[in-house]
Design a protein around this ligand. Structure first.
Ligand code: 8YV
Length: 309
């Protein structure tokens, strides 16, 4: 087995020096024509570090045995195709949980107190003419978490520190969780002041948060999407915000990143964040270290640390 590793995503830059010490690395993201590169050289590679791996790419890499993915979400990898071909896939759970939960609460506070507009208010000299309008707070409000996984649970703990009541929804009720469970996301939205989307991406959750769910959250409700742009119907969200059917939104992810619709850019009741949930020095370093550790385990025949399939 050779030690050629293909790097499919720029994000992996974080741990490229370590990878370069251990393996013979090639950067797909630097190729002018990645498809052509793989057609010519695909059979060289035993392993991938990074995300965005289609079935077509797996076809072009007949010797591929391992994908060490950078990120907890693996919706950009065709898991079914990997499974079928006996290709291992690993991800980077746990190490980003705190960073994700932290920024979620940060975005919620920024949205409820309109911090972005408040900052602009001072910078543009408006404070001299009067006080900034009063805003709302998190205390005493109900938060509905869509997807009570590792990150969802950490958000729940921090929300309780904000004196909020926690509800959740997911595929199944989780035994031992102290929060009220809803099997129906619409019903959860109806009971919540804040709806936090922290579920997995992919087809199964595509537009789970649709116009009906947004309407159920209502004109006093706030939506926070920390998961994937695909989970929320972005057009329906824009329509609801435009018509006053929703109080506001905080978005770390979008339908077509890095493109954000002009309508959202123009709204004061929306806080925008450039898919940076895990983007702190300490967390990205830990994610990179886990990508390397999984590859090392694979190449030395040890059990993989965080295996998906
Ligand atoms: C990364 C993420 O920015 O872990 C995830 O699923 O969304 C982020 O932490 C992304 O995966 C980078 O590829």
């Amino acid at each position: 087995m050779n030690n050629n590793v293909l790097i499919t995503s720029k994000m992996v830059k974080m741990c490229e020096p370590q990878l370069a010490e251990l393996y013979n690395i090639h950067r797909l993201y630097e190729q002018a024509d990645p498809g052509m590169f793989l057609a010519k050289n695909g059979d060289l590679f035993t392993a991938i570090a990074g995300a965005d791996v289609s079935e077509k790419m797996m076809e072009q890499m007949p010797n591929l045995k391992m994908i060490s993915s950078f990120g907890v979400g693996y919706d950009s990898i065709d898991i079914g195709a990997a499974k079928q071909r006996g290709i291992y896939v690993t991800n980077t759970p746990n190490v980003l949980t705190n960073a994700m939960a932290e920024i979620t609460i940060g975005l919620m506070i920024a949205l409820s107190r309109n911090l972005v507009a408040a900052d602009k208010f001072i910078r543009t000299g408006k404070w001299q003419q009067g006080n900034f309008p009063m805003q709302s707070e998190l205390t005493g409000k109900t938060i509905g978490i869509v997807g009570l996984g590792r990150i969802g649970k950490e958000i729940a703990l921090r929300a309780q520190a904000m004196r909020m009541r926690v509800l959740y929804c997911g595929r199944t009720q989780q035994i031992g969780q102290p929060y009220a469970y809803f099997s129906d996301v619409r019903e959860l939205a109806q009971k919540s002041d804040w709806l936090i989307v922290m579920t997995t991406g992919g087809e199964a959750t595509s537009h789970l948060i649709n116009a009906d769910v947004i309407k159920a959250l209502g004109p006093k409700g706030y939506l926070v999407n920390m998961a994937r742009g695909s989970v929320v119907d972005q057009d329906a969200l824009i329509e609801a915000l435009t018509n006053g059917e929703l109080a506001g939104a905080a978005l770390d992810v979008f339908t077509d990143e890095p493109h954000v619709p002009d309508a959202l850019l123009a709204m004061d009741n929306v806080v925008l964040s450039p898919h940076q949930g895990s983007a702190t020095h300490q967390t990205r370093a830990a994610m990179g270290a886990l990508v390397v550790a999984n590859l090392q385990a694979f190449f030395t025949g040890e059990p993989l640390l965080t295996r998906v399939v």
